[in-house]
Design a protein around this ligand. Structure first.
Ligand SMILES: [Mg+2]
Length: 244
């Protein structure tokens, strides 16, 4: 993230907003940390090593799952019924090179100088969010951390499915090739961005008034939903941050 400076800007923000709502990955740290491609690699390794999916199918599958279910992991939970999501998360995040993330004292000072409440809203699990915030030196900058476990009952939908019929694999690539062919897309039990339900839950849990909240995220889909839900938005990108 790049930051402006000056007291004038701070005063303007605190008059207009009651809350700053932040995504974590690729928002609080730059894309150049290299963490995002590692996450993608680890998901692909999980799919080939643990789920036995052919290597040449994995990339297309990841794209379809992300497109229809918000995150690849949420999509895997639905289409590869039987996978244990928490195990999958720990495989993917457990081997990430967190040491590439460095403390960001400039962002820390900026956050601490703003007299507005700050809340995190991430699709990642709590262990990952905590590790990232600790590495960046931002662990005490947020009033609340709303993550995967906040929006999803970790005891529900994370157990392996024993019923063979229910454990069938849904062919999302076939669906994606012909979405109007009469096959219906299985509904996801996972609540996550970019879906409106996730934003509604977050507003309730953190008592957020979207009209008085500025939302920062690197994902255009998340920004678009946020905007529809009444949030003021900033799309964080490597080039510049854009108020949308
Ligand atoms: Mg992100």
């Amino acid at each position: 993230m790049e930051y402006g400076d000056g007291d004038q800007q701070h005063n303007g923000l605190s008059q207009k907003y009651d809350c700053l709502l932040f995504d974590v990955d690729d928002t609080l740290y730059p894309l150049s940390s290299g963490l995002a491609p590692k996450v993608a690699n680890n998901i692909q390794d999980y799919m080939t090593e643990k789920l036995g999916i052919m290597e040449n199918k994995v990339q297309e599958l990841c794209l379809s799952l992300y497109k229809y279910y918000g995150t690849t992991l949420a999509g895997l939970r639905v289409c590869m019924n039987g996978i244990v999501l928490i195990e999958c998360c720990s495989f993917v995040h457990g081997r990430l090179p967190y040491d590439t993330l460095k403390p960001d004292p400039v962002l820390r000072n900026l956050l601490q100088s703003l007299p507005i409440r700050k809340v995190v809203f991430t699709n990642a699990d709590k262990a990952h969010a905590d590790k990232v915030l600790n590495r960046l030196g931002l662990e005490d900058c947020f009033e609340q951390i709303l993550c995967f476990e906040t929006l999803n009952d970790s005891t529900k939908g994370n157990d392996a499915v024993e019923d063979e019929e229910a454990a069938e694999v849904f062919d999302i690539n076939e669906y994606s090739a012909a979405p109007n062919a009469g096959i219906s897309l299985p509904k996801s039990p996972v609540v996550c961005k970019p879906f409106e339900e996730a934003f509604e839950e977050v507003f309730k849990i953190a008592s957020i008034n979207p009209n008085r909240t500025l939302f920062f995220d690197d994902s255009l889909r998340n920004i678009q939903t946020g905007k529809r839900m009444g949030l003021h938005t900033v799309r964080v990108s490597n080039d510049r941050n854009v108020l949308l």
